[in-house]
Design a protein around this ligand. Structure first.
Ligand code: PEP
Length: 254
């Protein structure tokens, strides 16, 4: 953790969740007690169909919501797309952009991710910009170079600590049960902080929340969250179980 940074634990529900699953958000809200509220921010990023109702369910709880993607465009003839302003209108405060599933399955380039992050900021959403290397890239010793390149291509100029979150998610760790060693996470997060300093200035970079994501669960959260420059978690699978998600949040509340 970075002592001066309030951690954020964000849940990415991906393409999971029907109306009945609003109960998960309600249960998370119930467990977000005074001790947790003192030390950790929580956000839930449900599928877009549930964003408005999740936001409504969470009014008054201090739990934020977020989208999982947004259009690069503001409005118009873009069938099937959702603008950042629409997500904000549905109650969102955050928007995940550049998740590896979007980069891989939808061919999103760094330039597209940057345009989405800019669109999010324009709508006063905080983009959670995801970066991370594949297994092959790590094995080839290219993890740092790949992530630095993703940052250079994906981070909007002029971002500040309050308008940007970065999530390091090694592609090979997402949904696999595999995680990097604490030493590898420490090396990557320190490198991300340094690269951000070059891109947006050292003072701004010092306050940006750097999340780790990829198979975070209650059993490994404490170790991962205690790594320097890890300021919270982006949680996929475990965010669909309120008790597991809360346990991860408690591990951040150190
Ligand atoms: C994710 O998809 O952002 C993620 C981190 O997934 P999981 O926690 O399931 O690995």
């Amino acid at each position: 953790m970075t002592r001066s940074i309030r951690p954020l634990v964000a849940g990415n529900w991906k393409m999971n969740g029907l109306k009945a699953d609003l109960a998960i958000a309600a249960e998370v809200a119930k467990g977000y007690d005074a001790a947790l509220k003192r030390g950790v921010d929580i956000a839930i990023c449900p599928p877009a169909t549930l964003l408005f109702t999740t936001s409504a369910t969470l009014i008054g709880t201090r739990i934020a919501t977020g989208g999982q993607d947004c259009s690069t465009q503001g409005s118009g003839a873009f069938t099937g797309e959702l603008s950042a302003a629409m997500l904000a209108d549905a109650g969102a405060s955050f928007c995940i952009v550049g998740h590896s599933e979007r980069r891989t399955l939808h061919g999103e380039s760094n330039a597209t991710v940057k345009a989405k992050a800019e669109a999010a900021q324009k709508a006063l959403l905080v983009p959670i910009v995801c970066v991370g290397e594949t297994k092959g890239e790590r094995e080839a010793g290219k993890a740092l170079a790949i992530v630095e390149e993703q940052l250079r291509g994906s981070i909007p100029e002029g971002s500040t600590a309050g308008t940007l979150v970065v999530a390091y998610e090694p592609v090979w760790a997402i949904g696999t049960g595999l995680t990097p060693t604490a030493a590898d996470v420490a090396e990557m997060h320190a490198a991300i902080r340094t690269e951000l300093g070059l891109l947006i200035g050292k003072a701004a970079a010092a306050g940006v929340r750097l999340l780790y994501g990829g198979s975070v669960k209650p059993s490994n959260a404490a170790e991962l969250m205690n790594v320097a420059h890890v300021d919270g978690a982006l949680v996929g699978g475990a965010s669909l179980k309120a008790e597991e998600f809360l346990a991860i949040a408690r591990a951040c509340n150190g």
